[in-house]
Ligand binder design. Structure first.
Ligand code: TYD
Ligand code: MG
Length: 466
């Protein structure tokens, strides 16, 4: 059989195919499969030749943990699990223009006080990076800059330099290896470049930070093809319309995942946000129908966010269900439970749901807050402005307890909230412990609806009295 050394690779997820297809079976993206020469679709087997025997060791041994490199950018260090581990590779993914280069320049700027740092950019010229450094107030820092794209040159240089602490590669899609036929940015180039750089990072013991652009076009490989190769995967996300940026750990061999770091993009770079709840709630106006405050947990930290719902008459045959910052499927479920179990109908109405501030909430614990926002929007009756809500909703309408209720309530109390709507059991427990909190234990969504209408009755009574 003729030897085939052409493969068709999805530039989004890296899956290889023997022939071209319009859609990738593995990740479902369209037009991301391109032809790559010089890459075998089916890798060669072992062939002849014997390997060496491997010696096994026990779990216990004298492997010392090297001290972490701490950048003092606390939000970054925490997401990494307490600083950079020497010899590890970290991928920082994100949309173009979200602030990856800015973040990493700030991080190496701070790290350079104690470590020798190298910043290699294939996207910007040295002048541009210097200009950015001036803008960030980092021009005095001792960072070695280079505008380069050849991995071969880089490896040679790194091999020679002594005591390198941190290397930033901005971005992996601009790096190339001359021995490969394909263009920079293709899966083959991105993978091989990363492999070589990770290998030298492990051997020489420096921390490698790789920038990877998330791309929608199929011609440039996305960071997903690298996720399994690196030790840590961080995604830098945010809405370009908002100034908040969130650094999220997706995978971390040396620390927790689900941890987030919150930053604010300002004229002079990224500022750390130590109390995200205060920031997310800063724009809040109490006493508005359809708005609730959800006491969530992001990683190890409680984060309070406002959930806003709008229910409006629809002129469409199929009413709209639009969601920003939450899961569409989850909204459909909460709507279905409200309709089927509580007899509240959203038929013929458009429903919009928004997590204010640009945060993406993925916890099921937000169900109850969403349900409360929807009910409040439908009835056009605000919730008491000093209340927080959390709890998971089951398909029969039951409200289930969620983890770390204490932490959520403590944060809420710190921010001046004094009323909570929580799952049944949690609420009861809290009532005993915390007298400062007026807690409403909710076992079923119907209970929430009753409570909310009670509030309305009371407030209208009060209004009537005045
Ligand atoms: P950048 O770090 O270049 O994004 P990426 O490397 O992810 O492509 O960030 C670019 C954006 O950040 C750009 O729109 C300008 C903005 N920015 C600020 O608002 N303030 C600043 O101090 C800097 C350096 C950039
Ligand atoms: Mg950049």
């Amino acid at each position: 059989m003729a030897k085939r050394n052409t493969s068709y690779t999805c530039q989004n997820c890296g899956t290889s195919y023997g022939k071209w297809a319009g859609q990738c079976d593995s990740c479902g993206e369209w037009n991301t499969i391109i032809e790559e020469k010089g890459v075998e679709a089916v890798p060669k087997g072992l062939g002849k030749g014997k390997g060496n025997a491997i010696e096994f060791v026990g779990l216990q041994g004298a492997s010392e943990e090297a001290p972490r490199l701490v950048s003092t950018v606390k939000e970054f260090d925490r997401v990494c699990g307490g600083g950079l581990v020497p010899g590890s590779a970290i991928l920082v993914g994100g949309d173009p223009g979200i602030g990856k280069s800015t973040l990493l320049l700030q991080v190496v700027g701070m790290l350079s006080a104690k470590n020798s740092c190298i910043y290699v950019s294939g996207e910007e010229s040295v002048d541009q990076i210097r200009m950015r450094a001036r803008r960030l107030g980092l021009e005095e820092k001792d960072v070695s800059l280079a505008a380069a794209t050849s991995v071969r040159d880089l490896i040679t240089t790194l091999e020679k330099s002594s005591k390198v602490g941190v290397v930033v590669i901005d971005s992996i899609q601009t790096m190339f290896i001359d021995s490969l036929d394909s263009a920079p940015g293709t899966v083959a180039q991105v993978r091989t470049s990363a492999q070589e750089l990770i290998r030298i990072a492990k051997r020489r013991g420096f921390s490698l930070l790789i920038v990877g652009h998330v791309t929608k076009e199929g011609t440039i490989a996305g960071p997903r093809v690298l996720e399994h190769m690196v030790d840590t995967v961080l995604y830098f996300e945010g809405d370009r319309g908002h100034q908040f940026r969130i650094l999220r750990a997706i995978k971390n061999r040396f620390g927790p995942t689900d941890e987030i770091g919150v930053f604010e993009m300002t004229e002079t770079g990224l500022m750390e946000v130590e109390n995200p709840s205060a920031l997310f709630l800063a724009q809040r106006r109490g006493d508005i129908s359809g708005a609730t405050v959800f006491a969530g947990i992001e990683g190890s930290r409680p984060v309070l966010v406002e959930i806003q719902a709008l229910v409006a008459p629809s002129s469409l045959g199929t009413p709209r269900r639009a969601v920003v910052g939450w899961d569409t499927g989850r909204l459909s479920m909460v709507l279905a439970v409200l309709e089927a179990r509580c007899g509240i109908s959203f038929a013929g109405k458009d429903v919009y749901l928004n997590v204010a501030g640009g945060l993406r909430v993925s916890e099921p614990a937000a169900d109850l807050a969403v349900a409360a926002a929807l009910i409040s929007a439908l009835n056009d009756e605000p919730l008491p402005s000093d209340s927080v809500v959390f709890g998971e909703v089951g398909l029969s309408g039951e409200v289930r307890p969620v983890g770390q209720a204490d932490l959520r309530l403590k944060e809420a109390q710190k921010l001046g909230f004094s009323r909570c709507y929580t799952p049944g059991q949690e609420g009861k427990k809290k009532q005993q412990i915390d007298i400062g909190f007026q807690s409403n234990a909710i076992e079923h969504l119907r209970g929430l609806i009753d409570l909310l209408s009670d509030n309305t009755d009371q407030s209208s009574k009060r209004l009537g009295a005045v």
